[in-house]
Design a protein. Structure first.
Length: 469
């Protein structure tokens, strides 16, 4: 019994049995974590070669939609197929999507590859978290979750480097071939290192196919507004897409169609306000991932590598601020959430004002401010949501946090493309046009960030966090 009380140490993961498996989990998370920054860095090169300037938003939105659809099915697949087989299938799907994007002769084929890649990545991340609970002793779970969190910080440094080097060499396809190779390597490692059984006999919820289908249809309609000509038809598609999102939220209230907790669609509740804040801030800021690197390369004439690192400033600011708030006492959490949301809003305003008009140092500062805002508030919002939910909904409530982020990112990417289309960027991504349209494109999402601040205020004015929890 005495040994069980011994605290887990990092070096415990270095055993001959656990070290290769820990490296496997880290690689699986890396394949997803690096995607956003790599893709943001090389998309201008993709658009130049394939004529896809009108599809910037689609490249992100379709990837995230595929991740949402896959993520909802990870529990069932790991139980039905066993963890090893499920991980191999996920890695194969990811590698196939990367290869399809790399070999694409047209933008349509490239986008199809992005969907398949998103499905594979969504499965990979979900199965990696399942693997932590199955393969590693419970005492090491916190260490493994800490290691996976660190992967995102590493991705913020290496992602722009990988994308920038390939884009600068005029070989953007090489970035996708590189990740396809990593996916294949991951599949072989899974076959050698993982157990063949399932993760246990726990009950698995039925898939919320109706909710997922309506959600995917809504995101697709919003994305379609990106490439449809005219003024009124894109507006109609945007309205229909948003209406389908509302329908999906209402269907989610049915027990067998529940992708999110019941309170997720009730912004007046504490948990609903938390999810609303997460959704709004993701919608408001994903435009940076989609368009900032392209505008920097076009207007400021920086290299893809430099543009990628400017985009990654958000992740660096996020990580630094998150470390600062991790030890803050509970009575300060509410203030930090509101301050963080307000800082995000301030960063979005500065970004819209600076992009294309002011020196690049102001754009770097805006990205850092936005990242700090996320770092100050994000983990605390998750805690508030879970404490506000009844015990029976906390498991689904925890899983719903990244799902809400993905949904917000997909909707925001699709909406960013639609706004860019209305501003004419899809037709002429010239330096002069990008300089004139950029502030309006980024400014269009400031009201959404303001709604995120209101949701943060509502979240912190709800029932206080129970001390016993």
């Amino acid at each position: 019994m005495a040994s069980s009380a011994t605290p887990a140490r990092w070096r415990d993961l270095a055993s001959p049995t656990l070290a290769p498996r820990a490296a496997l989990v880290v690689l699986g998370v890396w394949l997803n974590a690096a995607d956003a920054l790599v893709t943001a860095t090389i998309m201008p090169s993709v658009a130049h070669d394939l004529g896809g300037a009108a599809y910037y938003g689609w490249a992100v939105a379709f990837y995230l939609t595929g991740s949402i659809l896959a993520g909802a099915s990870t529990g069932q697949l790991s139980h039905r197929l066993g963890l090893r087989a499920a991980m191999i299938i996920a890695a194969a799907a990811y590698a196939a999507g990367c290869a399809l994007s790399a070999a694409s002769p047209s933008i349509e084929t490239f986008l199809l590859g992005r969907i398949v890649q998103g499905v594979g990545a969504g499965w990979l991340v979900g199965f990696c978290y399942v693997a932590i609970g199955v393969v590693f002793p419970e005492a090491l779970w916190a260490r493994m979750f800490g290691a996976t969190a660190g992967v995102w910080g590493i991705a913020s440094i290496l992602g722009p480097l990988v994308g920038g080097l390939f884009a600068s060499a005029g070989f953007w396809r090489g970035a996708f071939w590189l990740f396809a190779g990593q996916g294949i390597l991951f599949a072989f490692a899974c076959a050698a290192l993982l157990p063949g059984g399932g993760p246990g006999d726990a009950e698995v919820r039925p898939l919320a196919w109706r909710t997922l289908s309506i959600l995917a249809a809504g995101i697709t309609l919003i994305a379609a507004a990106d490439v449809i000509g005219g003024v009124w038809l894109p507006v109609v598609l945007l309205a229909l897409g948003m209406a389908l999102l509302v329908v999906a939220a209402r269907i989610n209230a049915r027990p067998r169609e529940r992708l999110l907790p019941p309170d997720a669609a009730r912004p007046g509740s504490v948990a609903g306000a938390g999810y609303a804040m997460i959704f709004a801030m993701e919608v408001a800021t994903v435009v940076i991932t989609v368009y900032e690197a392209a505008i920097l390369q076009s207007v400021y004439r920086v290299s893809p590598l430099v543009a990628g690192y400017v985009v990654s400033v958000i992740a660096i600011g996020w990580t630094a601020a998150a470390m600062l708030v991790s030890s803050q006492p509970e009575h300060r959490h509410g203030a930090l959430i509101v301050i963080g949301a307000s800082v995000i809003l301030a960063g979005c305003i500065l970004m819209a004002a600076a992009l294309g008009r002011w020196p690049i140092v102001w754009i770097v500062a805006a990205g850092a401010i936005i990242g700090v805002g996320f770092g100050l508030s994000w983990s605390l919002v998750t805690g508030r949501i879970l404490h506000a939910l009844p015990q029976q909904y906390r498991a689904i409530g925890s899983a719903a946090v990244p799902t809400t982020q993905l949904i917000g990112g997909a909707v925001g990417a699709a909406a960013a493309g639609a706004v860019a289309n209305l501003l004419g960027l899809a037709q002429a991504f010239t330096p002069d046009h990008a300089r004139a349209a950029g502030p309006w494109l980024f400014g269009a999402f400031i009201p959404v960030a303001a709604l995120g601040v209101l949701a943060a205020v509502r979240l912190t004015r709800g029932a206080p966090v129970a001390a016993s929890l």
